[in-house]
Structures are given as C-alpha cells and as structure tokens.
Ligand binder design. Structure first.
Ligand code: AMP
Length: 248
C-alpha cells in the first residue's frame, strides 16, 4: 500500500514574521524556514501506518529549489522517495492541488495525507480541492487514522467533540495537531536520507498551468497592543474592573 504526503517549506513557526516595507508580503530573506508543522504530523502518521500495511511513502513538495531540504527531512524521518516540483514563484492552493492530482494520477497512492493548513498563508484549501479534483472522499482535521479492509477510519476534531468517519480508499486525509507527535530524525537516518531518491520536475512536465489567479493587494502587521497598567493590589484590581463594568 502506497501513501503520498505533501510537505511545504514555510517560515519556521518560532520566527516572528516581518512584513516587507512595501506591504507586498512577509519578508522571507534570511529567516529560518522549516517543514510546515501539520506536514510533519502527516509524515509521522504515514510512517506509523507502515506497521499497518503501508509499504511505500512518497513525499511531494512544490516550491523553490531549497524545498529539497524539507524533502530530505521527510526522508530522514522515514519516507522512501521524494518528488520536488520546482517553482521559484509562489504556487496558489489550486495550482498545488492540480499538480498533486497529476502526481496522484501517475503514482496511484491508496492514501494521500496532507496538513490541514500551511501556517504561512493559512489557506486550508489544498486537501479539499485535491479531493474535489480527484473525485474521492476526504476527511479533514484528523486526530486518529486507522486502515483496514480497503477503508480508512478517521476521527475528526469538530466543535465540542469528535466525529468518526469511514472512507473508501483511495482517499484524502488532512492532519490536525493532536494526531501524533512527530519524531526527530536521528543522525544516521539524516545520513541515509541523502542517498534516497529525489526526483525533480516542473509544472510543465505535468502540463499544469500554475499562473496566479489571486493578487495580494496589501499585507499589514497586526495592530500593536497598547501598554497595560500595573495595580498595587487585588482591591485596586477589583475596583478598576468594576469601573470598567467587567466585575460586579
Ligand atoms: P493550504 O491549503 O495551503 O493551507 O495547505 C494545506 C496542506 O496542503 C499543507 O499542509 C500541505 O500538506 C499541502 N500543501 C500546500 N502547499 C503545498 C506545497 N507547495 N507543496 C507541498 N504540499 C503543499
């Protein structure tokens, strides 16, 4: 059984984003980039499914040449093979979904695992669009994934509880934060990953048009929080809260 996992190179989640002076986007020059955290969870889940009948994990990234590093990290975690679709320009979720569809048509995986969202643009669109383009089932926000008898059973995080669904394979699953805790790649596995296959492609190889359809008009930093005040004791705090109408 084959699993395909999408991994995106994004601004590291510990880095405080800075907006470019001209307001055209987030400044990515000289900042730490890492694998999208939800995609680390997706890779981890695919690896854990190796005990449950998964025989091959193919990781795919669409992005600049440097995304090779992200793919090597996934290979060091335990994926078997990687495909990089090189685009030095940003590819919108629809373009990513179309490229993933072309790769799925070629690779014919039984299961595709993506993150629920990439933390750079917070789109939360790619998995849903891919399922639509392929005409297969999707289960988003997975907190538990089980494979059995040609089906995948997914527990999903929903408002105030969880929902369990069974989908016929092939299917698309997107990961939520509580699905698992991704492993760190060990040094020997990082070394081994260097010799695992990594194919390089372009959108033209798949005949997919990735020209942008969305224009970003303006990006602004969040408003600065105004400074707080210090109170001497609890009595003063309660008096102030009453004055504000927050406490009675
Ligand atoms: P998004 O819809 O952009 O929030 O992304 C959702 C998920 O789709 C991510 O967590 C990835 O698994 C996958 N994905 C999005 N963009 C890319 C990309 N450029 N390369 C590989 N996977 C991607």
């Amino acid at each position: 059984m084959k699993v395909l996992v999408g991994v995106k190179r994004v601004l590291d989640y510990n880095v405080k984003p800075r907006v470019k002076a001209d307001g055209s986007g987030v400044d990515l020059a000289n900042v730490k980039m890492s694998m999208n955290p939800f995609d680390e969870i997706a890779v981890e889940e695919a690896i854990r499914l190796k005990d449950k009948g998964v025989t091959e994990i193919v990781v795919v990234s669409i992005g600049e040449q440097k995304s090779q590093e992200t793919l090597r990290t996934a290979l060091a975690m335990g994926a078997d093979r990687a495909i990089l679709v090189v685009s030095e320009e940003k590819v919108e979720p629809l373009g990513v979904a179309k490229l993933l569809k072309a790769i799925v048509d070629e690779e014919k995986p039984d299961l595709v695992i993506l993150g629920k969202q990439a933390i750079d643009d917070d789109n939360n669109q790619t998995g849903q669009m891919l399922a639509g383009l392929l005409g297969v089932g999707q289960a988003t926000f997975a907190s538990k994934v089980e494979l059995a008898d040609g089906n995948v059973t997914v527990t999903r995080e929903v408002d105030g509880g969880s929902e369990t669904e069974s989908l016929k394979l092939p299917a698309i699953v997107t990961t939520d934060l509580r699905l698992n805790e991704p492993r760190y790649a060990s040094l020997p596995n990082i070394m081994k990953a260097k010799s695992k296959p990594l194919a390089q492609k372009t959108a033209a190889d798949y005949g997919v048009d990735i020209s942008p359809r969305i224009t970003t008009l303006k990006v602004v930093e969040p408003a600065k929080r105004s400074a707080g005040i210090k109170v001497a004791d609890v009595d003063e705090l309660v008096t102030k809260l009453k004055a504000m109408g927050v406490a009675k």
